[in-house]
Design a binder for this molecule. Structure first.
Ligand SMILES: Cc1cc2nc3c(=O)[nH]c(=O)nc-3n(C[C@H](O)[C@H](O)[C@H](O)COP(=O)(O)OP(=O)(O)OC[C@H]3O[C@@H](n4cnc5c(N)ncnc54)[C@H](O)[C@@H]3O)c2cc1C
Length: 458
């Protein structure tokens, strides 16, 4: 595995990273804007909006509400499971965000009054007033869609689909696995966070087993009939992990959605009637927008409808919803799209606050997946607001996807692109200096990291 030097970082940031994320806004074009903006959620979506607003105009009062002291990225967390990254290298704090002049409040938003335009915090005190509210709360799990599964059960059968202690827990369970024992992963139907994420994870867990527990197997059960980058993943499963991964897609005969789990035995029951006893079970349940979105009244079903030209809520005035929580037509729920949407949101807020013309946004996505050492595939495209049958939607332009049978050189280049994207993105978001990409199991925290713990109550 190649580690990233500072020179690589600068080159790759220009080629595949910063250039492909949201544009920085010009200070001069939006000098008149001022007002109070509250952003809920300190992931890539929320932090990008906060950073862009403050960089464009220091006079805007920007408050970011986020309960975690440190943010562990889900993106690149599969590489941690595979042994290619340390936990520390995917975990970032908010100290640089604060230095940028953003008021970061380590707390949870528990209510939104969209008439009074205020946000209430868990710890109490005066509610935060806003002129514009940005909701970027990511996802919450629909635990009740799997019998026997719950937040407590996830401490035994981790989903690891939100970054932090869950990610760390799944890795600890893999490290503790006895050679020859079975790992089971269940994957939900669409839509969910990061469509190719489960299959990159399957490759990374399989790589871990191949190199550390070669007699063990990974059984993957999927509620879907087809998956993202299917040809590439199926090739990788048979080329690199033939005797390790058993991959089961739902078909006309068998429904491989998970129905029930029993954490006391490790049993996983599929709708097909099949039952497996897992030493490690990675249950990825169906998901919904972070619960604060429903409290704010911006949801329709599980997710939040938005106007595609600027990600304003389709339900409530002066509120934006972006990232995984939003219904963004065919744009997948990814960090890349969250950042792309956030650039448009910041630009729209500034134009709106300074009474300048508001211009419809254009968006981009690239999702990279590592399938083996120095071997990554990608999928992506551009998304442009358009009208069809009188309804606004996002039209896909110039889509691209890696193909099976690509050369090792091309796959290495794609891996390097993804490493450049990650390094430039976390530098942009959290001010994180490039770190070594080397694995670091020995330096893992001995106990569950407190990265997701809320700040102590005052
Ligand atoms: C295994 C895996 C691999 C992935 N790989 C990639 C990849 O390679 N590339 C890619 O682009 N994407 C990837 N993703 C997807 C990516 O992680 C998400 O799409 C992205 O994090 C979404 O960003 P967000 O800002 O919308 O939400 P989040 O990153 O979830 O951030 C939301 C934040 O809001 C906070 N929050 C929630 N509720 C409240 C509240 N009430 N008050 C205050 N704060 C609140 C949460 O604590 C959280 O920190 C991957 C995901 C997974 C699970």
């Amino acid at each position: 595995m190649s580690s990233l030097t500072r020179r690589d970082f600068t080159r790759l940031a220009a080629v595949g990273g910063l250039a492909a994320t949201a544009p920085f806004l010009s200070k001069h074009s939006f000098g008149q804007a001022a007002g109070k903006v509250v952003v809920i959620g300190g992931g890539p979506g929320g932090v990008t909006v906060a950073n862009r607003l403050k960089a464009a105009n220091a006079a805007i009062d920007v408050t970011l509400v986020e309960p975690k002291q440190k943010y562990t990225t889900c993106f690149y967390s599969n590489l941690y499971l595979g042994g290619f990254r340390s936990f520390q290298s995917i975990t970032h704090d908010y100290s640089v965000v604060r230095k940028r002049g953003i008021n970061v409040i380590s707390d949870k938003a528990v209510a939104v009054d969209t008439t009074a335009k205020t946000v209430t915090l868990e710890r109490g005190g005066a509610a935060l007033a806003y002129d514009r509210l940005v909701l970027a709360p990511g996802i919450d799990m629909k635990f009740d869609s799997v019998e026997g599964y719950s937040a407590d059960a996830a401490e035994i059968m981790p989903h690891a689909w939100q970054g932090g202690p869950q990610t760390w827990l799944l890795k600890q369970k893999l490290l503790a696995l006895s050679d020859g024992e079975i790992v089971v992963m269940t994957v939900p139907g669409n839509p969910y966070r990061c469509p190719p994420g489960p299959y990159e994870r399957a490759c990374m867990i399989a790589h871990f087993l191949k190199t550390r527990k070669p007699k063990s197997k990974l059984l993957v059960f999927d509620a879907k009939k087809t998956i993202s980058k299917q040809a590439v993943f199926e090739e990788a499963f048979s080329e690199f992990y033939k005797d390790i991964i058993e991959f089961n897609l739902t078909n006309e005969i068998d429904d491989f959605a998970v129905q029930r789990v029993d954490v006391s035995t490790g049993d996983v029951f599929l709708k097909s009637g099949r039952k497996e006893r897992a030493a490690v079970a990675n249950i990825i349940p169906p998901q919904k927008a972070g619960v604060i979105a429903a409290m704010a009244g911006v949801t329709e079903g599980d997710w939040c409808p938005v106007h595609p030209e600027n990600f304003t809520s389709a339900k409530v005035k002066d509120v934006y919803v972006l990232g995984d929580a939003a219904i963004a037509a065919d744009m997948p729920k990814s960090a890349f799209t969250a950042v792309s949407q956030a650039g448009v949101v910041a630009e729209d807020i500034i134009a709106d606050l300074s009474s300048k013309p508001r211009v419809a946004g254009k968006y981009r996505n690239t999702c990279w997946s590592m399938v083996a050492p120095d071997n990554s595939a990608k999928i992506g495209g551009d998304y442009i607001p358009a009208m069809k049958d009188g309804k606004a939607f996002l039209e896909v332009h110039d889509p691209f996807v890696s193909k099976p049978g690509e050369s090792g050189d091309l796959r290495r280049e794609t891996y390097n692109e993804s490493a450049g994207w990650y390094a430039s993105l976390v530098a942009d978001l959290y001010g994180t200096e490039p770190k070594s990409a080397e694995p670091d199991d020995a330096a893992e925290p001995a106990a569950a990291p407190a990265v997701a713990a809320p700040a102590p109550k005052r």
